[in-house]
Ligand binder design. Structure first.
Ligand code: PMP
Length: 287
């Protein structure tokens, strides 16, 4: 069976799935999304993702397209149809279809799209060598905590990274402090082995991987600081890594062309990746 997508109530072949040209997501980026990782057939931390989706929708006053149990069923049915066991489910909700006019339409219904994508495990080379990251100016708005589909600065940052032969761009605010990557959260480990990541304010997306890893770090008793760090501090750090639903925990070994620490993936980073992978192994299927 060809890959399927779910679009506004119907399962359709992914290749022909389409939304209306006056969908407000298309015209105004008036919508939000979620990426829920699927690991060995299990939707990882799905309730945290649904909580964040609800929050993003509420912040933009977009109605929930369906109840959470119904949305969970659609996600599972699409996974079943697509034979997905490792990868992710992408969900997007927009304010719906209406004649183009900036203010909220009176009677549109939210539009819902779900797709899935298969993913291969990260290459041994990435794990052995770590990733290159560059820095770019953070050009985004003041509500980066909302998982909006308006991602132009992120797109430009990721493109700049790709053109520099890097995997990610860490965005830097007006005070020279790193906010986060374009699709990942940014972390360093200091010379005295403190794990540092920016506190979850409106300046970053509070990653679900970030939230879970913070819990694992606390449970393991590592020292932790949720605070901003500068590019200079990152350059001097012992280790660095990034997290996301598709990266899990990946080592960063170069920032703006300079090695971080000894230029190899850090020991603590490796341990944290293992803790996270072990955590995903312990998750059980829920209906
Ligand atoms: N920051 C940004 C800007 C992102 O787009 C993402 C990925 N959606 C993340 C952080 C990581 O979030 P998560 O761990 O929920 O994938």
């Amino acid at each position: 069976m060809p890959r399927q997508a779910y679009v506004n109530g119907r399962y359709q072949p992914h290749s022909d799935a389409a939304v209306h040209i006056e969908d407000r997501g298309y015209q105004f980026a008036d919508g939000v999304y979620e990426v829920v990782p699927v690991y060995n057939g299990i939707l990882v931390d799905e309730d945290l993702h649904f909580d964040r989706l609800d929050r993003s929708l509420a912040e933009l006053q977009i109605e929930e397209p369906m109840s959470r149990p119904a949305l969970k069923l659609v996600a599972r049915e699409l996974m079943r149809r697509n034979g997905l066991s490792n990868g992710f489910v992408y969900m997007q909700v927009t304010r719906g279809v209406a004649p183009r006019d900036h203010k909220f339409p009176k009677d549109s219904r939210p539009a819902l799209v779900l797709t899935t994508r298969q993913m291969k495990p990260h290459s041994p080379q990435v794990l052995a060598e770590g990733l290159k990251v560059i820095t770019v100016t953070d050009q985004r708005w003041d509500r980066c905590d909302i998982k909006s589909v308006s991602l132009l600065p992120n797109v430009l940052g990721k493109q700049a990274a790709a053109e520099a032969g890097a995997y990610e761009a860490w965005q830097v605010d007006g005070d020279g402090m790193v906010t986060e990557g374009t699709s990942t959260n940014a972390w360093i480990v200091t010379g005295d082995n403190k794990v540092v990541t920016r506190d979850a304010t409106h300046s970053i997306l509070n990653g679900i991987t970030r939230i879970t890893l913070l819990e694992l770090i606390k449970a393991e008793g590592y020292s932790l600081e949720e605070r901003s760090f500068s590019v200079a501090e990152a350059q001097e750090a012992r280790e660095a890594f990034l997290t996301s639903s598709t990266s899990f925990v990946l080592p960063v070994t170069q920032l703006d062309g300079k090695p971080i620490g000894n230029g190899h993936p850090g020991i603590l980073t490796g341990k944290l990746r293992h803790h996270y992978m072990d955590y995903m192994q312990t998750l059980r299927k829920s209906a």
